[in-house]
Design a protein. Sequence first.
Length: 114
Amino acid sequence: QVQIVESGGGSVQAGGSLRLSCTASGEMLRTYVMGWYRQTPGKQRELIAGITSGGNENYSEYVKGRFTISRDNVKDAVYLQMNSLKPDDTAVYYCNKVMPWNDWGQGTQVTVSS
C-alpha cells in the first residue's frame, strides 16, 4: 500500500510562486511516470503535469509555461514549481502516478488571491 505525502502549498497573491513536493512510502516513485493533479470543489481531479523516469515532461494547456515538474530520483521525490500563479490555480494539489494508484494522499491546498 502506497502512502503519498504532498507538501508546500499555501496562500499567495496572484503572480506569486510556490513549490510543491511529493514523497511516498510503500513504493519507489522513481520507477513510475509521475504526475501532479489538482481538484477544486465540485470538479473532477485533473492531471496537470507528468514526468517520466527519464525526465520527459508534459503539461496541460492550463499550466504550460508557468509550472515545471521535476524529480529527484536519489531522494525519490517529485516536485512542482508553480510560477505566475493565478486565482484559477486555487485548488488542492495531489501527486500520483499518471496511471494512478487507488490510494491518494491528503493533497496540499494552494490558494491564490487576486
